[in-house]
Design a protein around this ligand. Structure first.
Ligand SMILES: [Zn+2]
Length: 288
């Protein structure tokens, strides 16, 4: 065993275990998904989130090919489910189609070797409470469908950036608390844009304390995080920015993640994600 390996065994602080990666929408990328996996590896990053946000129009054969490329390059994978998914729609056919689509994404994710599926839950067509109950019921059904087919890919509803979208931090934590096996995808840029707060070391720490208190240290050691710069107004998120063009205090944010011993995956969703992810990773691992 190497010296650094030994040190990792005995001193908790030096055993950092947080992966940094990027999100890519396949249709918007000049590169194939395999080439993006290689780019992640060659940039010193660890993770690729494949954002099938416009739909899952890809053959099962491709899932095997992507799985192979990720294994060869030692890059872990997640999927961002299509934006079509809406579990709170008043139109039952949209909800049914959403559930079918999430199951289809689940099957594809399993073949692709993805560990996580991130999805948007829906919008407030009703009171927050009624919307919560509806979303919860539908996520429960999807979870049961996954179990029936022995799909062990994690389902993670995302904390959303627009105030009209279901999924503030409290709602997503409560969903995770009430449905076993469901975990949040915590998007720190969205939380900041939605609340206009949560942009300091103390506030980031507050989020982490809340997550630990409600979901346990086990969750802190298995987080799936989204981050980017963000432009926002009174309604919340407008669009994503590169970190340097935004007001996001990523130094303080990394400090908080580091001090809390957060583990898991950080997916950078900036318009130019590679330089931002490389920057964040370097700052994080350079810290003592
Ligand atoms: Zn998202």
């Amino acid at each position: 065993m190497s010296i650094s390996g030994l040190r990792g065994m005995f001193t908790k602080k030096s055993s950092k275990n947080l992966k940094f990666g990027i999100s890519v929408i396949p249709e918007n990328s000049k590169l194939s998904i395999e080439k993006n996996i290689e780019l992640v590896r060659n940039s010193g990053l660890d993770h690729l989130e494949v954002a099938f946000v416009n739909g899952l129009y890809i053959s099962e054969k491709r899932a095997y090919e992507i799985n192979y490329a990720a294994a060869v390059n030692k890059v872990t994978l997640s999927i961002h489910a299509p934006y079509f998914i809406n579990l709170s729609s008043p139109k039952s056919e949209i909800v049914e189609k959403s559930k079918e689509l999430l199951l289809k994404v689940g099957r594809f994710a399993r073949t692709m070797g993805a560990e996580t599926i991130v999805f948007h839950s829906g919008f407030y067509y009703d009171t927050p409470k009624k919307t919560f109950e509806k979303v919860k019921r539908n996520i429960e059904e999807i979870k049961e469908a996954f179990e029936k087919e022995l799909i062990s890919v994690k389902l993670r509803p995302e904390t959303m950036g627009k105030r009209k979208e279901f999924g503030d931090l409290e709602e997503i934590i409560t969903i995770a608390q009430e449905i076993g096996g469901i975990m949040p995808c915590v998007d720190f840029a969205h939380i900041h844009a939605r609340t206009k707060r949560f942009n300091s070391y103390e506030e980031f720490n507050k989020i982490l304390r809340k997550l630990e208190k409600r979901l346990g240290m086990e969750y802190i050691k298995n987080m799936h995080i989204h981050v980017s710069g963000i432009e926002y107004n009174g309604e919340g998120e407008r669009y994503h920015l590169n970190l340097m063009d935004s007001d996001f205090k990523f130094d303080e944010w990394l400090e908080a993640l580091n001090d809390y011993g957060v583990e898991g995956v950080v997916v950078v969703e900036s318009p130019e994600p590679i330089p931002d992810a490389v920057r964040l990773r370097k700052i994080f691992y350079d810290k003592p």
